[in-house]
Design a protein around this ligand. Structure first.
Ligand code: ATP
Ligand code: MG
Length: 471
């Protein structure tokens, strides 16, 4: 295996391919591209399938109040016409209990960023090539037999104090084992067979020992990722009809999630949990919807079912990728309100992806503005709405209709996003920007911190800020 980093390998591998003045690819260039693609992809795929020791992908959070930290994430697609740098050096964090909105035009890499966190980027052509995604979780502690270690109930006296044996150890509560009919099982001597009573967690499921851990999702082998995907991180997609399986009932699909992720869950407890979740998302006749097939429900109802399904394992993070785009406006408002309530109830965080600034203003605590695979501005919702600095953010806001304000035509940002295969060396927004300065002809602007929470990557915004300070 080569000692070079993947980024170096990419840089060298595609040298001499693609001319800036034309998008034509000669047969020779095509051969170079496909050879380099297959070399890099096979290196990355081998890495994902390796048997890794847990220490290789456990790390520390930079700030323990965050639940996710994207750090210099690069996710590329290796296509026949060259490398598409869909996410190119993205860093932002999701604090615990907050809603982080990700906005930007179609194709700017919002979905690919969230799919990278779930390790669901379309492989083999789509790959995380560099950077880390740190995710804080509380994972089960596994015993020597490879199974999670249960937590037992302790016996108590009439005052509620835990009983101890002669060694001072707490006494585990036991109860007689019964069969399905409720008869007590007896051993050979006619004595009842006893079992330890396992404690239950706040959801009524058997409790197991847990410990806080931080995983680097970008380095995690695929087999390990299945432990947290769907359980610790849940995803709500844009179009519920394509994410629900049409040949299974809603109940069937919801139970499956619980049975897969909650050790010790039975069919009955899973069903009870599913119906409880349907009730939590505002479906009054949970029992009835539980038995229905997805096509029998309306669009809003299906999206509620998707949210209920996402919630059934008490995720710590919900990724909502355009959760309301397929719904009409009244239902949209209801679903957003529901997401907000649900977040409070499960004490989780939400990563909200949308191109609707109105949704962001109403829901988010922090906003990340992406353009062509990079972050151009990030900050609190007040920073972005009251003090926007990047011309792209300003343009996005201008292109939103405002109630009570009469305009002849709505502003639209001129031009298009540059071709993702050969991005310019200068600021990606320069060719569409109406407020360029000389510095904009230089390298891509760095993301600079302008206040405690506010970051921007724009030469003009920074020079104006500097002037403001000097005065
Ligand atoms: N499977 C793929 N193969 C090649 N390129 C891809 C693939 N999936 C995504 N891309 C590219 O990655 C870039 C980012 O796509 P992404 O889906 O993240 O955009 P988005 O910001 O979510 O847009 P939208 O608002 O339309 O959902 C796009 O330029 C797209 O062409
Ligand atoms: Mg998308």
């Amino acid at each position: 295996m080569s000692d070079k980093t993947i980024l170096q390998q990419i840089e060298e591998g595609y040298q001499g391919v693609g001319r800036k003045d034309s998008h034509y690819i000669s047969a020779k260039e095509g051969r170079i591209i496909s050879r380099t693609n297959s070399r890099i992809i096979s290196r990355l795929e081998k890495n994902k399938k390796r048997k890794a020791d847990e220490s290789e992908y456990t790390t520390e959070m930079r700030d323990p109040n965050n639940i996710v930290e994207f750090d210099n994430l690069h996710t590329y697609f290796f296509t026949d016409s060259g490398v598409v740098k869909s996410v190119d050096g993205v860093s932002f964090e999701i604090p615990q209990g907050s809603v982080v909105g990700v906005v930007g035009e179609s194709g700017c890499g919002k979905s690919v960023t969230s799919l990278s966190l779930m390790q669901l980027v379309q492989a083999p052509q789509g790959q995380i090539v560099e950077g880390s995604i740190r995710f804080q979780t509380s994972d089960f502690v596994y015993g020597e037999d490879g199974k999670p270690i249960p937590i037992y109930e302790y016996a108590k006296d009439e005052n509620g104090n835990t009983l101890t044996d002669e060694k001072g150890e707490p006494v585990v509560l036991t109860r007689p084992v019964t069969d399905k009919k409720g008869n007590v099982k007896k051993d050979k001597n006619g004595e009842p067979v006893m079992e330890k009573v396992q404690a239950v967690d706040e959801n009524g499921f058997p409790a197991f020992e847990r410990e806080p851990k931080t995983y680097d999702v970008a380095k995690m082998p695929t087999s390990q990722m299945r432990k947290i995907r769907g359980k610790e991180i849940a995803m709500i997609f844009q179009e519920p009809m394509t994410s629900l399986n049409p040949v299974f009932t809603v109940g069937n699909q919801m139970d499956e999630v619980v049975l897969l992720h909650v050790p010790g869950a039975t069919r009955e407890s899973a069903k009870a949990r599913s119906i409880e979740m349907l009730r939590l998302v505002g479906i009054a006749e949970g029992e009835m919807v539980y038995k229905k097939y997805p096509h029998e429900l309306s669009g809003g109802m299906r999206q509620r079912v998707m949210i209920a399904m996402a919630l059934s394992c008490n995720p710590r993070l919900i990724i909502a990728d355009e959760p309301t785009t397929a719904l009409d406006v009244t239902i949209q408002a209801q679903i957003l309100e529901l997401l907000k309530n649900v977040k409070e109830k499960i004490h989780g965080s939400i990563m909200l992806i949308t191109h609707d600034l109105g949704v962001i203003a109403g829901m988010a605590d922090y906003v990340v503005v992406m353009y062509a695979g990079r972050i151009v501005e990030k900050g609190t919702v007040e920073d972005i709405f009251y003090r926007p600095m990047h011309p792209y953010t300003v343009g996005l806001q201008k292109s939103k209709p405002v109630v009570n304000q009469k305009t002849d035509w709505l502003y639209s940002i001129p031009g298009q996003v540059p071709n993702p295969i050969d991005m310019p060396d200068y600021c990606y927004f320069k060719d569409r920007c109406q407020s360029c300065i000389d510095a904009c002809n230089g390298d891509y602007p760095p993301l600079v911190q302008v206040s405690d929470t506010h970051f921007v990557a724009c030469y003009r915004a920074l020079s104006e800020q500097k002037e403001g300070k000097d005065e």
